[in-house]
Design a protein around this ligand. Structure first.
Ligand SMILES: C[S@@+](CC[C@H](N)C(=O)[O-])C[C@H]1O[C@@H](n2cnc3c(N)ncnc32)[C@H](O)[C@@H]1O
Length: 212
């Protein structure tokens, strides 16, 4: 499924603006995203950010941490990320990216609904090994999740005027996937104001999983 979602972003990247990755008609809650990540970070933190897009979040957090590695397939988006010695940008597929480094935090904001359950398990398992084993490395994930069940979206979107693919997994299922991989769920946060949640069957949550 991610392949189709990636094609969607490929089409979007051809006319990229800094806010292109915000699909819901100019609703940008990246201030809240940044604030949430910074709650778990400090000036010594090393962060690996998955699907950084145009850097709406990383541009707000890099002054307060030691290092951020940003992985996103499209240079057309990441060109908007601040040029700073604390930031490394890698234009690669999340499924093939590899590193010898270990991080305090792996963040995935607005990304994990572009992979299906099997792909999510693969990514969680893969990126788990890039967390620092001692001292409780954190995986912080934010996107919309299904409130009562998993919601699959596949096909032409009137709003996006393109083919669009997403899987808003049932929030309890996502927690279970992380628990099965050995994460302790330390927070599930209703991160945004009420008006951000525009659909009755999905909801934005941020999940914080700690390497147990
Ligand atoms: C909705 S944007 C989120 C951007 C940013 N995290 C934010 O919240 O502002 C999703 C990003 O994930 C990237 N992406 C999706 N699948 C990917 C993959 N398999 N490999 C690399 N990047 C991917 C897209 O290119 C896009 O920039």
């Amino acid at each position: 499924m991610n392949e189709k979602a990636l094609e969607f972003f490929g089409a979007l990247s051809k006319e990229a603006r800094e806010d292109s990755v915000k699909l819901a008609n100019n609703t940008d809650f990246s201030e809240l995203d940044a604030k949430f990540i910074l709650k778990y970070a400090n000036e010594k933190s090393h962060i690996l950010d998955l699907g950084s897009g145009s850097g709406l979040i990383v541009n707000k957090i890099y002054p307060y941490v030691e290092k951020i590695v940003c992985v996103d397939f499209y240079q057309e988006f990441t060109k908007f990320i601040a040029k700073n010695e604390k930031i490394t940008i890698i234009n690669e597929d999340l499924f093939s990216f590899n590193t010898q480094e270990k991080f305090d935090i792996v963040s995935a904001f607005g990304v994990m609904h572009y992979v299906n359950e099997q792909e999510a398990q693969e990514l969680y398992q893969k990126y788990q090994q890039f967390l620092k084993p001692q001292g409780g490395g954190l995986f912080i994930i934010k996107n919309q999740f299904g409130i009562k069940e998993t919601i699959n979206v596949s096909g032409y979107s009137q709003e996006q005027k393109r083919e669009y693919y997403s899987q808003y997994r049932y929030i309890e299922r996502e927690k279970q996937i992380l628990k099965d991989l050995g994460f302790e769920i330390i927070e599930v946060c209703d991160i945004y104001p009420k008006e951000a949640n525009r659909w009755e069957n999905t909801h934005f949550w941020a999940i914080v999983g700690k390497l147990a």
